[in-house]
Design a protein around this ligand. Structure first.
Ligand code: GTP
Ligand code: MG
Length: 328
């Protein structure tokens, strides 16, 4: 398939074309960039929901339930599960497929797992690109599931329209989350496995933590919700709160938000665009520099820095100067 039929297929919502486009994008194929360029004017309609939480918190189970709520509202939903395991073991991948298998016959649900491997440092970019394709394909809600362990995951969730942080009783998650800076990115907290001992205590502890933060008048205060993802309890309430947050962030505020944004959501989207531009620029620039290096040149520089013949600062300055000159 040449990019053109793929693009057409994506815009027509054809699942095979969508899957193909995603693979091209994931593999950083030039044809993938062509598709992204072509579909870009048709994006910007989807509402992006980011869900993060520790391993085994019940994210996939909850996402599956949420997808059902979205379908009940008559909307198409795309799910991107960022999988931390190697694509070669396939364990968790298979697990996700089983847990979200209930939607396999529904064309209004598209589920894609993305392996962390091969995307080191670029996972947020790859996830964002896949979200663009699903957006262009007409998926009105896109849910991104990621394990909340590091900066990469925080970046992914931060670039969503809403960030949901999931915690589980009895695991000390909230302490971990505090350390990783995950608490600050939450628009909604979900205490899952509420059928387990200690759920109320965890709710109290998160709520107490929130009271330490100051909120400006009219600012969104993250609610702390309880769910039992396996039984579906609390999921309708979560979907309703997502709707409330959406309404809140689409509200045209009286205070100027800067950046030319009229609503909180617009401001967030602009942050997302800026992030993407900067990320893409540094990615492309680095690749350009690497391509203009002679064979073994980087290794020689490493050797010179290691043996103190030169320092890293001078080495980089010399490299940059040369790249700029060959450009001109
Ligand atoms: N008791 C109980 N178990 C749950 C609940 N939600 C999920 N589980 C179980 O927890 C296990 C992990 O669920 P997943 O949905 O795979 O969790 P996850 O966060 O997606 O896991 P990873 O993607 O591997 O990090 C499964 O065995 C679920 O059946 C819940 O509310 N209560
Ligand atoms: Mg999962």
């Amino acid at each position: 398939m040449t990019p053109d039929p793929i693009t057409k297929g994506v815009l027509a919502g054809d699942p095979r074309a969508i899957a193909r486009a995603i693979s091209l994008v994931e593999d950083e194929q030039p044809a993938g960039v062509d598709v992204l360029r072509a579909v870009y004017p048709h994006t910007g309609r989807a509402y992006v929901v980011g869900i993060t939480g520790p391993p085994g918190a019940g994210k996939s189970t909850l996402v599956d339930r949420l997808a059902t709520e979205v379908r009940r509202d008559g909307k198409k939903v795309g799910v991107i599960a960022v999988d931390p395991t190697s694509p070669f073991t396939g364990g968790a991948l298979l697990g996700d497929r089983v847990r979200m298998g209930g939607h396999s016959a529904d064309a209004g649900v598209f589920i894609r797992s993305m392996a962390t491997r091969g995307h080191l440092g670029g996972l947020a970019r790859a996830t964002g690109d896949v979200a663009l394709i699903l957006d262009a394909a007409g998926y009105e809600v896109i849910i991104i599931e990621t394990i909340g362990v590091g900066q990469d995951e925080v970046d992914i969730v931060r670039t969503a329209d809403i960030s949901i942080v999931m915690l589980v009783p009895g695991t000390g998650d909230e302490v971990q989350a505090l350390k990783a800076g995950i608490m600050e990115i939450a628009d909604i907290f979900v205490v899952n496995k509420a059928d387990r001992e200690g759920a109320d205590r965890l709710v109290e502890s998160v709520t107490a933590n929130l009271t330490l933060q100051t909120f400006a008048p009219g600012e969104w205060r993250p609610p702390v919700l309880k769910t039992v993802a396996t039984g579906g309890e609390g999921v309708a309430e979560l979907w309703a709160r997502i709707g409330a947050f959406r309404a809140h962030s689409d509200d045209v505020g009286r205070v100027p938000l800067g950046n030319g944004a009229r609503t909180r959501r617009e401001r967030r989207q602009r942050e997302r665009h800026e992030y993407r531009l900067r990320d893409l620029l540094s990615h492309r620039f680095l690749r350009h520099v690497e391509q203009s290096l002679g064979p073994g040149e980087l290794e020689r520089l490493v050797e010179q820095v290691a043996s103190r013949q030169t320092d890293p600062y001078s080495a980089v300055t010399a490299l940059l100067q040369r790249v700029m000159n060959t450009q001109a």
